[in-house]
Write a protein that binds this ligand. Structure first.
Ligand code: URP
Ligand code: ZN
Ligand code: ZN
Ligand code: ZN
Length: 484
């Protein structure tokens, strides 16, 4: 069967033009005027854009004594309703667990996905087996990115020596490390001090993770990556300190990418001062929400191109799960949702305000990450031969965000009450119309794993690494006979 998206304006990361788009067998087969096909989707007044790719989600994630509340079915359904057609989740091996065994678990969870997906492999422990399995993961399993947590001491955190070893391995394999950059030692120490002083509420979560701990860790991760000779991707960049480190490194020619979340762009630290415990706890995530100056820095980074991708870090927990941390903020499961709302919110607060052009919107929600993950132009493009992951975007359609109407089973939405203008008219996943004028017709299990090849040497860092990996031995004439 052929489908034609008719009468819309194609918007990609670099072009805007009027054209019909014809789809067959899940792919784009023709772009041009006056195309005909068996199924016609009316795109009059709409933009025809590559579907969103969310590079950072945690679906059914085992974390802090529980599992995040959205699974691959509800998570990808939420994504499709909001115009996101692919997600990348994090595969988390238990300490001592084989990476390949962990991957089997994740493969299993993802069988219910409504849209395409991929995984980043987390490095949560280190030894020779991990070193060896990284090659299988990158070269045979189609996973060219490895995640490192510099925070969550005693759980997911890795040390500098482990990061340097893993980053060096990434350089050999043409893979890219992803990093959660917060100084986990300092966070743990501040958490203890706050608890000892009787600061047990959700606001203390924010006090324990100031921008400095993020800035320090971001600088450290970038330096380690530069020494290892690999690019690096900093997830959930939330503050000026971290953004500044990324800007400075990029100016030096180091390939580092920063990822602000839609939450950090729009929500601020005053949420933690809400007298309602559940309200504040629902917003506990790492890094925490910041003040307006940090938000301005993130928006500026998107405009200037120093920050590359807007993600959600979608990791939702129910009210009951959040209450695990009553009396001890350290036990509040960290995470917030956003998969369904990322595109409408970024359009409303980015494009409608004039901060971003529609082309920049496509770049930061889809095309940039497709390039970084080496799946462009199969994903992130409106191009003949590309997968027909397409959102037909109606810039006039409006709604008020509410937990009452969302796809996620969680009882609340951190964006509750926000008005958005700009929503999907249709969302297509490999040609299948999963959302039509608000009606959800997702097909459980339709989503497929997207394998990603390692990248070429173009992603090698440019700075000091060459000297470090090729040390020269000095021929000495004066060597003392003994150390005494
Ligand atoms: O608080 C967060 N961000 N939870 C999800 C795990 C992570 O650190 O990304
Ligand atoms: Zn994180
Ligand atoms: Zn509230
Ligand atoms: Zn995350």
């Amino acid at each position: 069967m052929s489908t034609v998206i008719k009468g819309g304006t194609v918007v990609t990361a670099d072009l805007t033009y009027k054209a019909d788009v014809k789809i067959e067998g899940g792919r784009i087969v023709e772009i041009g005027p006056d195309l005909s096909g068996e199924e016609i989707l009316d795109a009059a007044g709409c933009y025809v854009m590559p579907g969103g790719i969310d590079p950072h989600v945690h679906l059914e994630m085992p974390f802090m004594g529980t599992y995040s509340a959205d699974d691959f079915e509800s998570g990808t359904r939420a994504g499709l309703v909001g115009g996101t057609t692919m997600v990348v989740d994090f595969c988390l091996p238990d300490p001592g667990q084989s990476l390949l065994d962990a991957l089997k678990r994740w493969d299993n969870k993802a069988t219910r996905a409504n849209a395409d997906y991929s995984f980043h492999m987390a490095i949560t422990w280190w030894d020779k087996q991990v070193f060896e399995e990284m090659a299988t993961v990158a070269l045979e399993k189609g996973i060219n990115s490895f995640k490192h947590f510099m925070a969550y001491k005693g759980a997911l955190m890795v040390n500098d020596d482990e990061m340097f070893a893993s980053f060096s391995r990434c350089a050999e394999l043409g893979a890219i490390p992803f990093v959660h950059a917060e100084n986990g030692d300092i966070v743990a120490s501040m958490q203890e001090k706050l608890m000892a002083a009787g600061n047990t509420g959700p606001e203390a979560h924010a006090y324990s993770r100031p921008p400095e701990v993020e800035g320090e860790a971001t600088n450290r991760a970038i330096t380690i990556a530069d020494m290892a000779g690999c690019p690096v991707y900093i997830v959930h960049t939330s503050c000026e300190q971290s953004h500044e480190a990324i800007r400075r490194a990029r100016q030096k020619g180091i390939r580092v990418y920063g990822e602000p979340l839609i939450q950090h762009l729009l929500l601020d630290e005053s949420e933690y001062a809400n007298p309602d415990w559940d309200h504040a706890a629902a917003r506990v995530m790492s890094p925490p929400f910041r003040n307006k100056q940090h938000q301005d820095s993130l928006w500026a980074g998107l405009q200037a191109g120093s920050l590359s991708c807007v993600a959600t870090d979608h990791c939702s927990f129910t009210v009951e799960q959040k209450r695990y941390g009553l009396g001890d903020f350290r036990k509040i499961p960290n995470g917030t949702g956003g998969l369904e709302d990322r595109l409408p919110l970024l359009w409303t607060y980015g494009v409608n305000t004039g901060r971003l052009t529609p082309n920049e919107f496509v770049a930061v929600t889809s095309t940039n990450i497709a390039k970084i993950l080496n799946i462009y132009p199969r994903k992130g493009a409106i191009m003949v031969g590309a997968d027909a992951d397409i959102v037909v975007w109606d810039p006039q359609r409006e709604k008020t965000i509410s937990a009452k109407t969302q796809q996620s089973p969680v009882e609340y939405n951190v964006f509750e009450g926000k008005q958005v203008k700009g929503l999907p008219r249709f969302t297509l996943t490999r040609g299948y119309v999963a959302v039509e004028e608000g009606a959800v017709k997702t097909k459980e299990g339709h989503g497929q794993f997207v394998a990603r090849d390692p990248m070429g040497p173009v992603n090698k860092a440019l700075s000091t690494w060459k000297d470090l990996v090729a040390p020269r031995k000095v021929e000495r004439t004066g060597i003392p006979a003994s150390g005494v």
